[in-house]
Design a protein around this ligand. Structure first.
Ligand code: B12
Length: 493
Protein backbone atom coordinates (compact mmCIF):
# COMPACT_ATOMS: atom_id res chain seq x y z
CA UNK A 1 0.00 0.00 0.00
CA UNK A 2 1.26 3.47 -0.83
CA UNK A 3 1.33 6.21 1.78
CA UNK A 4 -0.61 8.95 -0.07
CA UNK A 5 -4.16 8.91 1.33
CA UNK A 6 -6.93 10.15 -0.93
CA UNK A 7 -10.25 11.42 0.38
CA UNK A 8 -13.21 11.80 -1.97
CA UNK A 9 -16.04 14.11 -0.91
CA UNK A 10 -19.39 14.30 -2.69
CA UNK A 11 -21.34 17.54 -2.42
CA UNK A 12 -24.96 17.84 -1.34
CA UNK A 13 -26.86 17.94 -4.65
CA UNK A 14 -29.92 19.42 -3.02
CA UNK A 15 -27.89 22.43 -1.89
CA UNK A 16 -29.60 24.69 -4.40
CA UNK A 17 -33.00 23.57 -3.18
CA UNK A 18 -32.74 24.45 0.48
CA UNK A 19 -36.25 25.85 0.80
CA UNK A 20 -37.60 22.33 0.37
CA UNK A 21 -38.23 20.43 3.55
CA UNK A 22 -35.88 17.59 4.32
CA UNK A 23 -38.74 15.18 3.63
CA UNK A 24 -39.43 16.61 0.20
CA UNK A 25 -35.76 16.93 -0.72
CA UNK A 26 -35.26 13.28 0.13
CA UNK A 27 -38.17 12.25 -2.05
CA UNK A 28 -36.42 13.77 -5.05
CA UNK A 29 -33.83 11.03 -4.96
CA UNK A 30 -30.26 10.65 -3.80
CA UNK A 31 -27.76 8.83 -5.98
CA UNK A 32 -24.15 7.83 -5.45
CA UNK A 33 -21.39 9.65 -7.32
CA UNK A 34 -20.13 7.23 -9.94
CA UNK A 35 -17.35 9.66 -10.80
CA UNK A 36 -15.87 9.70 -7.29
CA UNK A 37 -16.51 6.05 -6.44
CA UNK A 38 -15.11 5.05 -9.86
CA UNK A 39 -11.95 7.11 -9.41
CA UNK A 40 -11.59 5.76 -5.87
CA UNK A 41 -11.68 2.19 -7.20
CA UNK A 42 -9.12 3.10 -9.86
CA UNK A 43 -6.50 4.70 -7.60
CA UNK A 44 -7.06 2.05 -4.93
CA UNK A 45 -6.27 -0.56 -7.56
CA UNK A 46 -2.94 1.26 -7.94
CA UNK A 47 -2.26 0.95 -4.24
CA UNK A 48 -3.55 4.23 -2.81
CA UNK A 49 -5.61 4.16 0.40
CA UNK A 50 -8.98 5.85 -0.14
CA UNK A 51 -12.05 7.04 1.74
CA UNK A 52 -15.29 8.56 0.52
CA UNK A 53 -17.72 10.89 2.28
CA UNK A 54 -21.07 11.63 0.63
CA UNK A 55 -22.53 14.76 2.21
CA UNK A 56 -25.75 14.29 0.30
CA UNK A 57 -26.63 10.81 1.51
CA UNK A 58 -25.58 11.76 5.04
CA UNK A 59 -27.58 15.01 4.63
CA UNK A 60 -24.91 17.09 6.34
CA UNK A 61 -23.16 20.40 5.73
CA UNK A 62 -19.47 20.39 4.74
CA UNK A 63 -18.48 21.72 8.19
CA UNK A 64 -20.12 18.65 9.78
CA UNK A 65 -17.48 16.51 8.08
CA UNK A 66 -14.48 18.59 9.18
CA UNK A 67 -13.53 16.33 12.09
CA UNK A 68 -13.47 13.29 9.82
CA UNK A 69 -11.26 15.13 7.33
CA UNK A 70 -8.91 16.14 10.15
CA UNK A 71 -8.81 12.62 11.49
CA UNK A 72 -8.15 10.95 8.12
CA UNK A 73 -5.51 13.58 7.34
CA UNK A 74 -5.47 13.01 3.56
CA UNK A 75 -2.67 14.16 1.26
CA UNK A 76 -5.17 14.61 -1.58
CA UNK A 77 -8.84 15.59 -1.47
CA UNK A 78 -10.87 14.92 -4.62
CA UNK A 79 -14.10 16.75 -5.44
CA UNK A 80 -16.47 16.52 -8.37
CA UNK A 81 -18.47 19.40 -9.83
CA UNK A 82 -21.47 20.04 -12.01
CA UNK A 83 -22.34 23.60 -12.90
CA UNK A 84 -25.33 23.75 -10.60
CA UNK A 85 -23.43 22.20 -7.74
CA UNK A 86 -20.51 24.62 -7.99
CA UNK A 87 -21.34 26.77 -4.91
CA UNK A 88 -21.65 23.60 -2.82
CA UNK A 89 -18.25 22.38 -4.06
CA UNK A 90 -16.58 25.65 -3.06
CA UNK A 91 -17.94 25.25 0.45
CA UNK A 92 -16.36 21.83 0.74
CA UNK A 93 -13.00 23.02 -0.55
CA UNK A 94 -13.04 25.88 1.98
CA UNK A 95 -13.79 23.47 4.78
CA UNK A 96 -10.94 21.20 3.64
CA UNK A 97 -8.49 24.12 3.59
CA UNK A 98 -9.25 24.69 7.27
CA UNK A 99 -9.36 21.06 8.36
CA UNK A 100 -6.42 19.75 6.33
CA UNK A 101 -4.42 22.78 5.17
CA UNK A 102 -1.64 20.66 3.67
CA UNK A 103 -3.93 18.53 1.50
CA UNK A 104 -3.88 19.12 -2.25
CA UNK A 105 -7.42 19.88 -3.39
CA UNK A 106 -8.25 18.49 -6.83
CA UNK A 107 -11.57 19.21 -8.54
CA UNK A 108 -12.94 17.54 -11.68
CA UNK A 109 -16.28 16.90 -13.36
CA UNK A 110 -18.36 18.52 -16.12
CA UNK A 111 -18.04 22.07 -14.77
CA UNK A 112 -14.26 21.85 -15.00
CA UNK A 113 -14.50 20.92 -18.66
CA UNK A 114 -16.04 24.34 -19.24
CA UNK A 115 -14.70 26.75 -16.63
CA UNK A 116 -11.49 25.23 -15.22
CA UNK A 117 -9.60 28.49 -15.45
CA UNK A 118 -12.30 30.59 -13.74
CA UNK A 119 -12.77 27.95 -11.04
CA UNK A 120 -9.18 28.37 -9.97
CA UNK A 121 -9.84 31.99 -9.08
CA UNK A 122 -10.94 30.29 -5.84
CA UNK A 123 -7.73 29.58 -3.98
CA UNK A 124 -9.31 26.73 -2.02
CA UNK A 125 -8.67 24.60 -5.15
CA UNK A 126 -5.17 23.62 -6.30
CA UNK A 127 -5.79 21.69 -9.49
CA UNK A 128 -8.74 21.39 -11.88
CA UNK A 129 -8.97 18.26 -14.03
CA UNK A 130 -10.60 18.56 -17.44
CA UNK A 131 -12.36 15.64 -19.16
CA UNK A 132 -12.00 11.94 -18.28
CA UNK A 133 -10.21 11.83 -14.97
CA UNK A 134 -8.55 8.46 -14.52
CA UNK A 135 -5.15 8.98 -16.17
CA UNK A 136 -4.73 12.56 -14.99
CA UNK A 137 -5.73 11.82 -11.41
CA UNK A 138 -3.44 8.80 -11.21
CA UNK A 139 -0.61 10.98 -12.51
CA UNK A 140 -1.29 13.48 -9.69
CA UNK A 141 -1.46 10.73 -7.02
CA UNK A 142 1.78 9.17 -8.21
CA UNK A 143 3.64 12.44 -8.24
CA UNK A 144 2.44 13.27 -4.74
CA UNK A 145 3.50 9.79 -3.63
CA UNK A 146 6.97 10.59 -4.92
CA UNK A 147 7.04 13.72 -2.80
CA UNK A 148 5.75 16.40 -5.18
CA UNK A 149 4.12 19.44 -3.61
CA UNK A 150 1.65 21.76 -5.37
CA UNK A 151 4.45 23.68 -7.06
CA UNK A 152 5.66 20.46 -8.72
CA UNK A 153 2.23 19.67 -10.13
CA UNK A 154 2.08 22.51 -12.61
CA UNK A 155 2.78 20.78 -15.92
CA UNK A 156 0.23 17.98 -15.93
CA UNK A 157 -1.67 17.46 -19.20
CA UNK A 158 -5.44 17.66 -18.77
CA UNK A 159 -5.26 20.10 -15.85
CA UNK A 160 -5.42 23.76 -14.98
CA UNK A 161 -3.42 24.99 -12.00
CA UNK A 162 -2.34 28.14 -10.19
CA UNK A 163 1.31 29.15 -9.97
CA UNK A 164 2.93 30.65 -6.86
CA UNK A 165 2.50 34.10 -8.40
CA UNK A 166 -1.23 33.48 -8.75
CA UNK A 167 -1.25 32.99 -12.51
CA UNK A 168 -3.63 30.30 -13.76
CA UNK A 169 -2.23 27.90 -16.36
CA UNK A 170 -4.32 25.60 -18.48
CA UNK A 171 -2.54 22.69 -20.16
CA UNK A 172 -3.67 20.85 -23.30
CA UNK A 173 -6.14 18.03 -22.74
CA UNK A 174 -5.15 14.37 -22.69
CA UNK A 175 -6.26 12.14 -25.53
CA UNK A 176 -9.68 10.66 -24.78
CA UNK A 177 -9.16 7.08 -23.49
CA UNK A 178 -10.42 4.65 -26.12
CA UNK A 179 -10.88 1.63 -23.90
CA UNK A 180 -13.01 2.14 -20.80
CA UNK A 181 -12.85 -1.57 -19.93
CA UNK A 182 -9.47 -1.02 -18.32
CA UNK A 183 -11.16 0.79 -15.41
CA UNK A 184 -12.47 -1.19 -12.44
CA UNK A 185 -16.08 -1.27 -11.37
CA UNK A 186 -17.37 1.39 -8.96
CA UNK A 187 -16.03 0.96 -5.40
CA UNK A 188 -19.41 -0.10 -4.00
CA UNK A 189 -17.82 -1.06 -0.69
CA UNK A 190 -17.15 2.65 -0.04
CA UNK A 191 -20.80 3.54 -0.54
CA UNK A 192 -23.69 3.00 1.90
CA UNK A 193 -25.77 1.35 -0.85
CA UNK A 194 -28.87 0.90 1.32
CA UNK A 195 -29.05 4.57 2.27
CA UNK A 196 -29.72 5.95 -1.22
CA UNK A 197 -33.33 6.41 -2.13
CA UNK A 198 -35.71 7.49 -4.82
CA UNK A 199 -39.48 7.54 -4.96
CA UNK A 200 -39.87 5.26 -7.96
CA UNK A 201 -37.10 2.71 -7.43
CA UNK A 202 -37.04 -0.67 -5.71
CA UNK A 203 -34.70 -0.49 -2.73
CA UNK A 204 -31.85 -1.16 -2.41
CA UNK A 205 -30.86 0.16 -5.80
CA UNK A 206 -27.61 1.04 -7.53
CA UNK A 207 -26.67 3.15 -10.54
CA UNK A 208 -24.38 2.44 -13.47
CA UNK A 209 -23.12 4.16 -16.63
CA UNK A 210 -21.94 1.75 -19.32
CA UNK A 211 -20.91 4.13 -22.09
CA UNK A 212 -19.02 7.38 -22.47
CA UNK A 213 -19.46 10.03 -25.13
CA UNK A 214 -22.45 11.03 -27.21
CA UNK A 215 -22.61 11.53 -30.99
CA UNK A 216 -25.77 13.65 -30.94
CA UNK A 217 -25.79 17.40 -30.41
CA UNK A 218 -29.06 18.37 -28.77
CA UNK A 219 -29.19 22.13 -28.42
CA UNK A 220 -29.92 22.14 -24.65
CA UNK A 221 -27.32 19.55 -23.64
CA UNK A 222 -24.06 20.64 -22.01
CA UNK A 223 -21.54 19.19 -24.45
CA UNK A 224 -18.79 18.37 -22.02
CA UNK A 225 -17.86 14.96 -23.39
CA UNK A 226 -16.26 13.69 -26.55
CA UNK A 227 -18.69 12.73 -29.27
CA UNK A 228 -16.88 9.44 -29.74
CA UNK A 229 -18.96 6.71 -28.12
CA UNK A 230 -17.09 4.20 -26.00
CA UNK A 231 -18.71 1.09 -24.55
CA UNK A 232 -18.01 -1.02 -21.51
CA UNK A 233 -18.10 -4.70 -22.47
CA UNK A 234 -21.32 -6.59 -21.85
CA UNK A 235 -19.45 -9.10 -19.66
CA UNK A 236 -18.10 -6.39 -17.35
CA UNK A 237 -21.50 -4.69 -17.15
CA UNK A 238 -23.21 -7.94 -16.19
CA UNK A 239 -20.37 -8.81 -13.75
CA UNK A 240 -21.15 -5.59 -11.91
CA UNK A 241 -24.90 -6.30 -11.90
CA UNK A 242 -24.20 -9.76 -10.52
CA UNK A 243 -21.90 -8.33 -7.86
CA UNK A 244 -24.56 -5.79 -6.84
CA UNK A 245 -27.27 -8.42 -6.61
CA UNK A 246 -25.21 -11.04 -4.78
CA UNK A 247 -23.28 -8.76 -2.42
CA UNK A 248 -25.78 -6.02 -1.60
CA UNK A 249 -29.12 -7.58 -2.50
CA UNK A 250 -29.68 -4.80 -5.03
CA UNK A 251 -33.19 -5.07 -6.53
CA UNK A 252 -33.00 -2.41 -9.23
CA UNK A 253 -30.27 -0.79 -11.29
CA UNK A 254 -30.57 2.63 -12.86
CA UNK A 255 -28.60 2.74 -16.10
CA UNK A 256 -27.88 6.45 -16.37
CA UNK A 257 -26.46 6.24 -19.91
CA UNK A 258 -28.25 8.88 -21.98
CA UNK A 259 -28.89 6.24 -24.65
CA UNK A 260 -28.60 2.73 -23.29
CA UNK A 261 -30.15 1.13 -26.37
CA UNK A 262 -27.35 1.73 -28.87
CA UNK A 263 -26.51 -1.32 -31.02
CA UNK A 264 -29.08 -4.04 -31.51
CA UNK A 265 -26.46 -6.81 -31.34
CA UNK A 266 -25.02 -5.43 -28.11
CA UNK A 267 -28.47 -5.17 -26.55
CA UNK A 268 -29.37 -8.76 -27.43
CA UNK A 269 -26.03 -9.98 -26.09
CA UNK A 270 -26.63 -8.04 -22.87
CA UNK A 271 -30.13 -9.49 -22.42
CA UNK A 272 -28.88 -13.04 -23.09
CA UNK A 273 -25.99 -12.67 -20.64
CA UNK A 274 -28.23 -11.39 -17.83
CA UNK A 275 -30.60 -14.33 -18.35
CA UNK A 276 -27.79 -16.88 -18.70
CA UNK A 277 -26.54 -15.86 -15.25
CA UNK A 278 -30.05 -16.05 -13.81
CA UNK A 279 -30.02 -12.55 -12.37
CA UNK A 280 -33.20 -11.36 -10.66
CA UNK A 281 -32.29 -7.68 -10.43
CA UNK A 282 -34.59 -5.32 -12.35
CA UNK A 283 -33.28 -2.35 -14.27
CA UNK A 284 -34.44 0.87 -15.89
CA UNK A 285 -32.88 2.66 -18.82
CA UNK A 286 -32.79 5.93 -20.73
CA UNK A 287 -33.06 5.89 -24.52
CA UNK A 288 -33.68 7.96 -27.62
CA UNK A 289 -36.98 7.22 -29.33
CA UNK A 290 -35.17 6.50 -32.60
CA UNK A 291 -33.23 3.62 -31.03
CA UNK A 292 -36.25 1.69 -29.74
CA UNK A 293 -36.75 -1.63 -31.46
CA UNK A 294 -39.53 -4.07 -30.59
CA UNK A 295 -37.32 -7.16 -30.60
CA UNK A 296 -34.77 -5.47 -28.33
CA UNK A 297 -37.44 -4.23 -25.91
CA UNK A 298 -38.88 -7.75 -25.72
CA UNK A 299 -35.45 -9.27 -24.99
CA UNK A 300 -34.63 -6.60 -22.41
CA UNK A 301 -37.95 -7.21 -20.70
CA UNK A 302 -37.10 -10.91 -20.35
CA UNK A 303 -33.81 -9.82 -18.77
CA UNK A 304 -35.52 -7.57 -16.19
CA UNK A 305 -36.23 -4.23 -17.86
CA UNK A 306 -38.75 -2.42 -15.67
CA UNK A 307 -38.99 1.01 -17.20
CA UNK A 308 -37.71 3.14 -20.01
CA UNK A 309 -37.23 6.93 -19.96
CA UNK A 310 -37.08 8.98 -23.13
CA UNK A 311 -36.72 12.63 -24.00
CA UNK A 312 -39.79 13.79 -25.94
CA UNK A 313 -39.08 17.46 -25.29
CA UNK A 314 -41.65 18.94 -27.69
CA UNK A 315 -44.94 18.17 -29.39
CA UNK A 316 -44.12 19.63 -32.77
CA UNK A 317 -41.47 18.70 -35.33
CA UNK A 318 -40.71 22.39 -35.80
CA UNK A 319 -39.54 22.80 -32.18
CA UNK A 320 -37.71 19.45 -32.26
CA UNK A 321 -35.78 20.78 -35.22
CA UNK A 322 -34.88 24.00 -33.42
CA UNK A 323 -33.61 21.84 -30.55
CA UNK A 324 -31.58 19.76 -33.03
CA UNK A 325 -33.05 16.69 -31.34
CA UNK A 326 -33.06 14.74 -34.61
CA UNK A 327 -36.26 12.87 -33.86
CA UNK A 328 -39.84 13.33 -35.02
CA UNK A 329 -43.20 13.28 -33.29
CA UNK A 330 -44.04 10.15 -35.26
CA UNK A 331 -40.94 8.31 -34.04
CA UNK A 332 -41.88 9.28 -30.50
CA UNK A 333 -45.38 7.85 -30.86
CA UNK A 334 -44.03 4.65 -32.38
CA UNK A 335 -41.39 4.13 -29.67
CA UNK A 336 -43.83 4.59 -26.78
CA UNK A 337 -46.41 2.39 -28.51
CA UNK A 338 -43.86 -0.44 -28.69
CA UNK A 339 -42.95 -0.07 -25.01
CA UNK A 340 -46.59 0.06 -23.96
CA UNK A 341 -47.49 -3.00 -26.01
CA UNK A 342 -44.51 -4.90 -24.60
CA UNK A 343 -45.56 -4.03 -21.04
CA UNK A 344 -42.72 -1.68 -20.11
CA UNK A 345 -43.34 1.27 -17.80
CA UNK A 346 -42.60 4.55 -19.58
CA UNK A 347 -41.54 8.05 -18.62
CA UNK A 348 -41.26 11.02 -20.96
CA UNK A 349 -39.30 14.23 -20.42
CA UNK A 350 -40.67 17.48 -21.77
CA UNK A 351 -39.38 21.01 -21.95
CA UNK A 352 -41.29 24.26 -22.01
CA UNK A 353 -40.03 27.62 -23.16
CA UNK A 354 -37.42 26.77 -25.78
CA UNK A 355 -36.53 29.78 -27.87
CA UNK A 356 -38.77 30.36 -30.90
CA UNK A 357 -41.45 28.05 -29.51
CA UNK A 358 -44.91 29.62 -29.51
CA UNK A 359 -47.83 29.38 -27.09
CA UNK A 360 -49.47 26.95 -29.55
CA UNK A 361 -46.34 24.76 -29.46
CA UNK A 362 -46.55 24.53 -25.68
CA UNK A 363 -50.27 23.72 -25.74
CA UNK A 364 -49.52 21.06 -28.36
CA UNK A 365 -46.84 19.59 -26.16
CA UNK A 366 -49.17 19.42 -23.18
CA UNK A 367 -51.79 17.57 -25.27
CA UNK A 368 -49.15 15.33 -26.80
CA UNK A 369 -47.85 14.32 -23.36
CA UNK A 370 -51.30 13.19 -22.24
CA UNK A 371 -51.94 11.22 -25.43
CA UNK A 372 -48.76 9.12 -25.48
CA UNK A 373 -49.93 6.55 -22.95
CA UNK A 374 -47.03 7.32 -20.60
CA UNK A 375 -46.93 6.16 -17.00
CA UNK A 376 -44.84 9.10 -15.82
CA UNK A 377 -43.88 12.50 -17.18
CA UNK A 378 -41.44 15.21 -16.13
CA UNK A 379 -41.77 18.77 -17.34
CA UNK A 380 -38.99 21.31 -17.02
CA UNK A 381 -38.52 24.88 -18.08
CA UNK A 382 -35.70 25.23 -20.60
CA UNK A 383 -32.48 26.26 -18.90
CA UNK A 384 -29.57 27.69 -20.84
CA UNK A 385 -26.72 25.68 -19.31
CA UNK A 386 -23.16 26.50 -20.34
CA UNK A 387 -21.64 24.75 -23.36
CA UNK A 388 -25.03 24.48 -25.06
CA UNK A 389 -26.40 25.95 -28.29
CA UNK A 390 -29.27 27.25 -26.23
CA UNK A 391 -26.87 29.32 -24.13
CA UNK A 392 -25.10 30.67 -27.21
CA UNK A 393 -28.42 31.80 -28.70
CA UNK A 394 -29.60 33.18 -25.35
CA UNK A 395 -26.42 35.26 -25.18
CA UNK A 396 -26.73 36.45 -28.78
CA UNK A 397 -30.31 37.51 -28.25
CA UNK A 398 -29.69 39.06 -24.84
CA UNK A 399 -31.88 36.62 -22.86
CA UNK A 400 -28.97 36.25 -20.43
CA UNK A 401 -26.43 38.82 -19.28
CA UNK A 402 -23.11 38.25 -21.09
CA UNK A 403 -21.32 35.08 -20.02
CA UNK A 404 -23.50 34.55 -16.95
CA UNK A 405 -21.99 31.16 -16.03
CA UNK A 406 -18.45 32.43 -16.21
CA UNK A 407 -19.30 35.17 -13.73
CA UNK A 408 -21.27 32.66 -11.61
CA UNK A 409 -18.13 30.51 -11.44
CA UNK A 410 -16.00 33.42 -10.33
CA UNK A 411 -18.63 34.73 -7.88
CA UNK A 412 -19.40 31.26 -6.51
CA UNK A 413 -23.08 31.38 -7.43
CA UNK A 414 -25.80 33.70 -8.62
CA UNK A 415 -29.49 33.80 -9.33
CA UNK A 416 -29.89 31.37 -12.20
CA UNK A 417 -31.37 33.30 -15.13
CA UNK A 418 -34.87 32.38 -16.17
CA UNK A 419 -35.15 32.15 -19.90
CA UNK A 420 -37.56 34.95 -20.63
CA UNK A 421 -37.98 35.39 -24.37
CA UNK A 422 -40.04 37.71 -26.57
CA UNK A 423 -42.80 35.09 -26.37
CA UNK A 424 -42.85 33.99 -22.72
CA UNK A 425 -42.37 35.64 -19.37
CA UNK A 426 -40.85 33.53 -16.61
CA UNK A 427 -44.21 33.53 -14.89
CA UNK A 428 -45.98 32.17 -17.97
CA UNK A 429 -43.43 29.40 -18.25
CA UNK A 430 -43.99 28.39 -14.65
CA UNK A 431 -47.73 28.43 -15.22
CA UNK A 432 -47.37 26.23 -18.31
CA UNK A 433 -45.27 23.77 -16.39
CA UNK A 434 -47.83 23.53 -13.62
CA UNK A 435 -50.60 23.14 -16.22
CA UNK A 436 -48.63 20.37 -17.94
CA UNK A 437 -48.25 18.46 -14.66
CA UNK A 438 -51.91 18.90 -13.74
CA UNK A 439 -53.12 17.86 -17.18
CA UNK A 440 -50.92 14.83 -17.18
CA UNK A 441 -51.39 13.47 -13.68
CA UNK A 442 -55.01 14.38 -12.99
CA UNK A 443 -56.38 12.29 -15.85
CA UNK A 444 -58.95 9.65 -14.91
CA UNK A 445 -57.55 7.27 -17.55
CA UNK A 446 -54.06 7.46 -16.02
CA UNK A 447 -55.36 6.84 -12.49
CA UNK A 448 -57.49 3.93 -13.76
CA UNK A 449 -54.52 2.45 -15.58
CA UNK A 450 -52.31 2.70 -12.53
CA UNK A 451 -54.95 1.04 -10.36
CA UNK A 452 -55.32 -1.83 -12.81
CA UNK A 453 -51.64 -2.72 -12.49
CA UNK A 454 -50.36 -5.02 -9.76
CA UNK A 455 -48.15 -2.21 -8.43
CA UNK A 456 -50.96 0.32 -8.96
CA UNK A 457 -51.54 1.24 -5.32
CA UNK A 458 -47.82 1.79 -4.76
CA UNK A 459 -47.66 3.92 -7.88
CA UNK A 460 -50.51 6.12 -6.71
CA UNK A 461 -48.71 6.57 -3.41
CA UNK A 462 -45.60 7.55 -5.37
CA UNK A 463 -47.66 10.02 -7.35
CA UNK A 464 -49.01 11.52 -4.14
CA UNK A 465 -45.46 11.79 -2.80
CA UNK A 466 -44.47 13.45 -6.07
CA UNK A 467 -47.37 15.89 -5.74
CA UNK A 468 -46.20 16.94 -2.26
CA UNK A 469 -42.75 17.63 -3.63
CA UNK A 470 -44.18 19.47 -6.59
CA UNK A 471 -46.39 21.67 -4.47
CA UNK A 472 -43.37 22.63 -2.35
CA UNK A 473 -41.38 23.42 -5.47
CA UNK A 474 -44.17 25.52 -6.91
CA UNK A 475 -44.63 27.34 -3.60
CA UNK A 476 -40.92 28.05 -3.40
CA UNK A 477 -40.89 29.31 -6.98
CA UNK A 478 -43.80 31.62 -6.38
CA UNK A 479 -41.81 33.11 -3.52
CA UNK A 480 -38.86 33.23 -5.92
CA UNK A 481 -36.52 31.85 -3.29
CA UNK A 482 -35.03 29.17 -5.47
CA UNK A 483 -33.75 29.28 -8.99
CA UNK A 484 -36.05 27.97 -11.64
CA UNK A 485 -33.36 25.86 -13.14
CA UNK A 486 -33.49 22.17 -13.54
CA UNK A 487 -36.28 21.24 -11.23
CA UNK A 488 -38.10 19.20 -13.81
CA UNK A 489 -35.06 17.03 -14.14
CA UNK A 490 -34.84 16.36 -10.46
CA UNK A 491 -37.56 13.79 -10.30
CA UNK A 492 -36.25 12.08 -13.38
CA UNK A 493 -35.67 8.64 -12.06
C1 B12 B 1 -26.23 10.47 -13.46
C2 B12 B 1 -26.44 11.92 -13.80
C3 B12 B 1 -27.17 12.69 -12.90
C4 B12 B 1 -27.69 12.17 -11.57
C5 B12 B 1 -26.58 12.44 -10.52
C6 B12 B 1 -26.12 11.22 -9.84
C7 B12 B 1 -24.91 11.53 -9.00
N1 B12 B 1 -25.11 11.66 -7.71
O1 B12 B 1 -23.81 11.68 -9.50
C8 B12 B 1 -28.89 13.11 -11.31
C9 B12 B 1 -30.12 12.54 -11.95
C10 B12 B 1 -29.18 13.42 -9.85
C11 B12 B 1 -28.41 14.33 -12.09
C12 B12 B 1 -28.83 15.59 -11.79
C13 B12 B 1 -28.45 16.68 -12.56
N2 B12 B 1 -27.74 16.68 -13.68
CO1 B12 B 1 -26.87 15.14 -14.35
N3 B12 B 1 -26.05 13.71 -15.30
C14 B12 B 1 -25.92 12.47 -15.00
C15 B12 B 1 -25.20 11.74 -16.16
C16 B12 B 1 -26.27 11.12 -17.05
C17 B12 B 1 -24.18 10.68 -15.76
C18 B12 B 1 -23.12 11.16 -14.74
C19 B12 B 1 -22.18 10.04 -14.43
O2 B12 B 1 -22.29 9.42 -13.39
N4 B12 B 1 -21.27 9.74 -15.35
C20 B12 B 1 -20.28 8.70 -15.17
C21 B12 B 1 -19.01 9.30 -14.54
C22 B12 B 1 -17.93 8.24 -14.44
O3 B12 B 1 -18.59 10.31 -15.43
P1 B12 B 1 -18.33 11.81 -14.94
O4 B12 B 1 -19.24 12.16 -13.85
O5 B12 B 1 -18.26 12.71 -16.10
O6 B12 B 1 -16.86 11.71 -14.34
C23 B12 B 1 -15.70 11.62 -15.17
C24 B12 B 1 -15.07 12.99 -15.46
O7 B12 B 1 -16.01 14.05 -15.47
C25 B12 B 1 -14.03 13.16 -14.42
N5 B12 B 1 -14.38 13.62 -13.08
C26 B12 B 1 -15.56 13.82 -12.49
N6 B12 B 1 -15.40 14.19 -11.22
C27 B12 B 1 -14.09 14.23 -10.97
C28 B12 B 1 -13.37 14.54 -9.82
C29 B12 B 1 -11.98 14.49 -9.87
C30 B12 B 1 -11.21 14.80 -8.64
C31 B12 B 1 -11.30 14.14 -11.06
C32 B12 B 1 -9.85 14.07 -11.09
C33 B12 B 1 -12.04 13.83 -12.23
C34 B12 B 1 -13.42 13.87 -12.15
O8 B12 B 1 -13.55 11.83 -14.27
C35 B12 B 1 -14.65 10.91 -14.33
C36 B12 B 1 -14.16 9.62 -14.94
O9 B12 B 1 -13.52 9.82 -16.15
C37 B12 B 1 -24.50 12.94 -16.86
C38 B12 B 1 -24.21 12.77 -18.33
C39 B12 B 1 -23.08 11.76 -18.54
N7 B12 B 1 -23.23 10.91 -19.50
O10 B12 B 1 -22.08 11.72 -17.84
C40 B12 B 1 -25.45 14.10 -16.57
C41 B12 B 1 -24.86 15.48 -16.37
C42 B12 B 1 -23.63 15.36 -15.51
N8 B12 B 1 -25.94 16.19 -15.59
C43 B12 B 1 -26.10 17.36 -15.96
C44 B12 B 1 -27.10 18.22 -15.42
C45 B12 B 1 -27.30 19.53 -16.16
C46 B12 B 1 -27.82 17.86 -14.31
C47 B12 B 1 -28.86 18.73 -13.59
C48 B12 B 1 -28.55 20.18 -13.52
C49 B12 B 1 -30.18 18.50 -14.26
C50 B12 B 1 -31.26 19.43 -13.79
N9 B12 B 1 -31.70 20.26 -14.71
O11 B12 B 1 -31.65 19.39 -12.66
C51 B12 B 1 -28.88 18.07 -12.19
C52 B12 B 1 -27.81 18.73 -11.29
C53 B12 B 1 -27.96 18.42 -9.86
C54 B12 B 1 -26.89 19.11 -9.04
N10 B12 B 1 -27.27 20.06 -8.20
O12 B12 B 1 -25.72 18.81 -9.16
C55 B12 B 1 -25.13 17.80 -17.01
C56 B12 B 1 -24.02 18.64 -16.36
C57 B12 B 1 -23.57 19.78 -17.20
C58 B12 B 1 -22.79 20.76 -16.42
N11 B12 B 1 -22.43 21.80 -17.11
O13 B12 B 1 -22.52 20.64 -15.24
C59 B12 B 1 -24.68 16.42 -17.62
C60 B12 B 1 -23.27 16.39 -18.17
C61 B12 B 1 -25.70 16.10 -18.73
C62 B12 B 1 -25.56 17.04 -19.91
N12 B12 B 1 -24.78 16.68 -20.90
O14 B12 B 1 -26.14 18.11 -19.96
N13 B12 B 1 -27.52 13.97 -13.06
Amino acid sequence: MRKTKVLFIKYHEAADQQPLSKKAAEKLGIFPSLALAGLAAWVRQHGFPVQLIDLHVENIYPTDAADRVREYDPQIVALTSKTLGWPAVIEIAQMVRQAAPKAIVVVGGPHMSIYARESLSWDCFDIAVVGDGEETFLDICERVEQGAGVSELQDIPGTACRTASGEVLQHPPRPVPKDINQYPMTAWDLIPVRDYHCLTLLKPFATMVTTRGCPWHCGYCSQVYSEKLRFRSVELVVDEMEHLERTYGVREIVFFDETFTIGKKRMKHFAEEVQRRGLKVKFNIRARVDTVDREVVRELKKAGLRSIHMGVEAGTDRVLKIMNKQITREQTEAAFRICREEGIDTRGYFMVGYYDATHDDVEDMIRFASGLGLDWASFSVATALPATDLYRIAQERGYVDGDFWKQYTIDGGGLIPQLETETFTAEQLRAYRTKAYMNFYLRPDLIRRKLSKSEGREELMEMMGGATVLSEIVKAQVLKVIPQVGLGRWNTV
